[in-house]
Unconditional design. Structure first.
Length: 342
């Protein structure tokens, strides 16, 4: 009997060991091709706030290429699927990302905008629970310097105080509509903004892999805040499901955000096995997303996705001005990504 127990024990260790992979770096290459159009009544010939259907139709094409890498000074273990990790990261890391954005627009004038941005970030987790991080973002018109200090009260509770310094250096032209002398005017201004925010993350472990996580971020004046949650469950037989919900409240208009970074929405991903999954999402900008992800081996994966408008309304923004039928817009976006985990 004793020999039987001794023979079974290594098999149990082996069985539990193969459920998780460990990585030291994650590198992604992503490309996005976005085309959308909408009626902008601010530039309507009748002038704001008198919208006129058929005027000021903007056609925009945005192509974005991004390459980024993160190196972990300790191993990052998966939670079953090869791209799922613990909800609260606790491993020291450094990262760098480069983005190339090409934005062209067909208005009643032509505008092209090409912009590069580069960011670096580092996170340090001390043995006494103190967490430090810093990030630098450089864009054409904006530089952002961010620092945070936090404390890991338990492995499942992290609270951070964040500080960001925004430095703007903006140059642009405005068009003056004058009956006799229409003209362009060049403008240039600089200004700084500082912002404090508080972030709290809590993880409730449901099983060895399953969890329910919450993240709250509150701005200094409490007019910018985000609440997000993620539910991850293991159904067994290498079947998994993750569901994410996000609520955002802020000063900016929801439809001003081309990306989903500042939009409330719901996202679900079902894993057929550790390598393959499908993704469905919907957000307050009335967009839906269909995605597919597959690992060819433990190191290389591909991600593809399609986003489109589910309605022709911009959340009824112009309804206050008596025009709830001239917010028509079209939105189509294709995404392709390559992921390398080593």
């Amino acid at each position: 009997m004793k020999s039987l127990r001794m023979s079974i024990f290594p098999l149990m260790v082996l069985a539990t060991g193969v459920t998780a992979e460990e990585y030291k770096s994650i590198t992604t290459l992503n490309y996005s091709d976005l085309e959308y159009s909408y009626h902008d009544h601010y530039y309507s010939p009748m002038g704001w706030p008198y919208p006129t259907s058929g005027y000021g139709v903007w056609e925009r094409k945005v192509k974005t290429s991004t390459v980024g890498t993160t190196y972990f000074f300790g191993g990052k273990e998966t939670l079953g699927p090869l791209k799922e990790f613990e909800y609260i990261n606790k491993v020291n890391n450094i990262s760098a990302h480069f983005t190339r954005l090409e934005d062209s627009a067909d208005y009643w004038w032509r505008k092209d905008n090409h912009q590069n941005s580069f960011s670096t970030k580092g996170e340090y987790f001390a043995e006494n629970g103190v967490v430090l991080s810093t990030e630098v973002l450089n864009q054409r018109d904006k530089d952002v310097y961010s620092q945070s200090v936090g404390y890991l009260f338990t492995p499942n509770l992290l609270v951070k105080l964040n500080y960001s310094d925004f430095e703007y250096d903006i140059k642009y032209k405005t068009f003056s509509v004058d009956e006799e002398f229409p003209s362009w005017t060049s403008r240039h201004f600089k200004f700084d903004e500082e912002e404090f925010s508080l972030t709290a993350q809590y993880n409730h472990q449901l099983s060895d892999t399953g969890y329910l996580g919450f993240t709250v971020n509150v701005g200094e004046e409490t007019d910018d805040h985000t609440l997000s949650s993620k539910y991850f469950v293991d159904f067994g037989n290498d079947k998994y499901l993750s569901v994410e919900a996000k609520y955002y409240h802020g000063n900016g208009r929801a439809w001003d955000n081309v990306s989903e970074l500042n939009a409330s929405g719901l996202n679900a991903e079902f894993y057929f096995n550790k390598e393959t999954s499908i993704n469905i999402a919907y957000d307050e900008n009335h967009r839906y997303k269909l995605g597919f992800s597959h690992f060819f081996n433990r190191n290389i994966a591909i991600d593809v996705a399609y986003l489109a408008a589910a309605t022709n309304k911009y959340n009824g923004y112009y309804e206050d001005y008596g025009c709830d039928d001239c917010d028509a817009y079209r939105y189509d976006e294709y995404r392709l990504g390559l992921r390398v985990q080593l």
